[in-house]
Design a protein around this ligand. Structure first.
Ligand code: ZN
Length: 276
């Protein structure tokens, strides 16, 4: 059993999250079968810290305003900045990546992105973004997230990351993560390519613990649902079928509280086009 002192910061309870049936996410430490994941709800999305004996991976930092909170969380967890081996982007959407390069450069670590994201940054096929028909999901998600106002700390560089046609000019060393890749220093963690919500979406899977860090493939605003915001519905269906076959006990979604229970993925809702 892993135990830490109480978190030194409170969870914000933005008004919009009160409209969300799932409620606002809490700071959580979840340990199972030697793996530990810390959920750190942040401004635009949830940041996750994957803890191993002497390494830490940070997944998603949506805003530069989140960077001091991640540093504070490391202190709280008794970890040094030099233990962070990588900062991972679950996909290149602004609400997950605007603070990533700033954090990685502060820590002196590389940034790891999905293969499709890496290729697009290097001049390959551009990533697709949801179109106007998904505006209801986009607005609904923003409200449920707490209707966060843009942070001044993300200006002027933030809009260069995670928007359509943005150059994503990472200054930290950039690493590609392909399907089946392992995270160095984080035993038990494997990368799964999970296209559908985004072309470059990846999940981080720990089979022994039954942990799945999904990025935006899963969100939890309505009690746990497949993200209705999708750039490729056929890819999303394939991703859902693949993930549902995995033994997963705990889902760490891109937004909203952690979801727990064996077979949790089979119980996720499919959101209709008329629902936010
Ligand atoms: Zn997204």
């Amino acid at each position: 059993m892993v135990s830490f002192p109480p978190a030194p910061f409170s969870t914000e309870r933005p008004w919009g999250a009160r409209l969300s049936p799932a409620g606002a996410p809490d700071v959580r430490v979840v340990s199972r079968a030697g793996a530990t994941v810390v959920a750190l709800p942040n401004r635009y999305s949830v940041t996750y810290l994957l803890l191993a004996q002497s390494s830490v991976a940070v997944v998603d930092v949506g805003s530069c305003a989140d960077v001091p909170r991640v540093m504070e969380a490391l202190r709280w967890l008794g970890r040094t900045p030099s233990q962070v081996s990588v900062v991972v982007a679950s996909h290149l959407h602004c609400d997950h990546v605007m603070g990533i390069d700033t954090l990685a450069r502060k820590l002196g670590t590389p940034v790891a992105v999905g293969r499709a994201a890496f290729e697009s940054i290097r001049g390959g096929p551009p990533l697709r973004y949801p179109d106007f028909r998904d505006a209801l999901h986009l607005v609904g998600g923003w409200v449920y997230q707490g209707a966060p106002a843009p942070s001044r700390s993300d200006w002027p560089d933030g809009p260069r990351f995670g928007f359509p046609n943005a150059p994503n000019p990472f200054q930290a060393e950039l690493l590609p993560l392909t399907d089946g890749a392992r995270l160095s220093g984080l035993p038990g963690w494997t990368i799964l390519e999970t296209p559908g919500h985004a072309d470059d979406a990846i999940a981080l899977y720990n089979r022994r613990a039954g942990f799945l860090v999904t990025g935006d493939t899963v969100r939890n605003f309505l009690g746990g649902e497949w993200n209705p915001l999708q750039v490729d519905r056929a890819s999303m269906q394939a991703t859902i079928a693949t993930l549902q076959d995995l033994p997963v006990h705990t889902v760490f979604p891109g937004h909203g509280p952690v979801l727990e229970g064996m077979g949790v993925l089979r119980g996720l809702k499919v959101v209709g086009p008329w629902e936010p």
